[in-house]
Ligand binder design. Structure first.
Ligand code: 6GU
Length: 235
C-alpha cells in the first residue's frame, strides 16, 4: 500500500512514521508513506496556503489552489484506479474498526491534513471520498488524526504484524472489551496474579476471562454491552 499525506507540517509525521508500526511495515516492503508539504504547491510567492473566510468569521481557511495542485501531483505519480482521498475532520463520519478494515483493502490512500478552520469546501466537493472523525473532541489539525487512521489501517494488512495472533483477538474485533492480562512474575511487590490463571484449568480460565470482559463492557460501554446482550438472546 502507498500512502501520500498532504500537510503543512511534514516534519510532524516523520518521527512517528520512522518509529511505529509504519516503520515495520515499510521495512517489510508492505507500505510506503510519503509526506508532501502543501506549501511547496502554492503558486503564491510567499507560499501562502490559507486566507480569510468569505462572509467573515474567525480563523483562516486553506485555499483551494495548493491543495488541487498537491492532489493532482500525488495522483499523477501513482495513477490509482479509484483513489480513496481521506480528509480527517471533526465533522466526518466516526472512524471505526470496520472502516479501518475497509481502508486496509486499498492499494493507495491519499490523506489531506487541514488546519485552522478547515479547507475550502470545493476541495472536499471535487476530490475527497472519505471525511473521517476520530472522536468527539477537537484537535488543532489533521496530522495526528491522519497518524491514528494510518496506524489502525496498516496493522491490518496481512504480513505487517502476526495478524492472526494479534489483530484478530483485539477488542473491537470482538463484541466485548478485552479482559485483563498478566505475565511473570506471579507476585510483584505483593501484587498477586489471580489464582485462576495459575490453575492450568483452561475451561475455568476462559470462563473467568469472559466474565471479566462482560463486567468491563457493562461498566464502560453500556452501548456495546446491550448490543452484545441482544445478540446473545438470538442464539
Ligand atoms: Cl479527524 N481532525 C481534527 N482536527 N479534530 C478532530 C478529528 C479530526 N477527529 C476528532 N477531532
Amino acid at each position: 500500500m502507498k500512502i501520500d499525506v498532504l500537510t503543512t507540517f511534514p516534519d510532524m509525521l516523520v518521527p512517528v512514521i520512522e518509529s511505529s508500526i509504519a516503520r515495520i511495515a515499510a521495512e517489510k516492503g508492505i507500505v510506503s508513506i510519503e509526506p508532501h508539504d502543501i506549501r511547496s504547491f502554492s503558486e503564491n510567492k510567499h507560499g501562502k496556503t490559507d486566507d480569510y473566510p468569505f462572509g467573515g468569521g474567525d480563523g483562516m481557511v486553506m485555499t483551494p489552489q495548493p491543495l488541487f495542485s498537491g492532489i493532482r501531483h500525488c495522483l499523477d505519480n501513482v495513477k490509482p484506479e479509484k483513489p480513496r482521498i481521506i480528509f480527517p475532520t471533526p465533522d466526518g463520519v466516526p472512524f471505526s474498526q470496520d472502516l479501518a478494515e475497509d481502508l486496509a483493502q486499498e492499494p493507495y490512500l491519499l490523506m489531506i491534513c487541514g488546519h485552522y478552520k478547515g479547507i475550502d469546501q470545493r476541495v472536499r466537493d471535487v476530490w475527497v471520498t472519505d471525511e473521517i472523525s476520530i472522536g468527539d473532541y477537537v484537535l488543532t489539525g489533521g496530522e495526528i488524526a491522519s497518524l491514528v487512521i494510518i496506524d489502525a489501517v496498516i496493522r491490518l494488512i496481512p504480513g505487517v504484524i502476526g495478524t492472526l495472533d494479534s489483530a484478530l483477538s483485539d477488542s473491537f474485533s470482538h463484541p466485548l472489551l478485552d479482559c485483563p492480562w498478566y505475565t511473570r512474575p506471579e507476585v510483584f511487590e505483593d501484587l498477586k496474579v489471580p489464582d485462576v490463571l495459575l490453575s492450568g484449568h483452561h475451561a475455568r480460565i476462559e470462563t473467568w476471562r469472559q466474565e471479566e470482559r462482560i463486567k468491563k463492557t457493562r461498566e464502560r460501554r453500556p452501548d456495546l454491552y446491550h448490543k452484545w446482550l441482544s445478540e446473545q438472546k438470538k442464539d
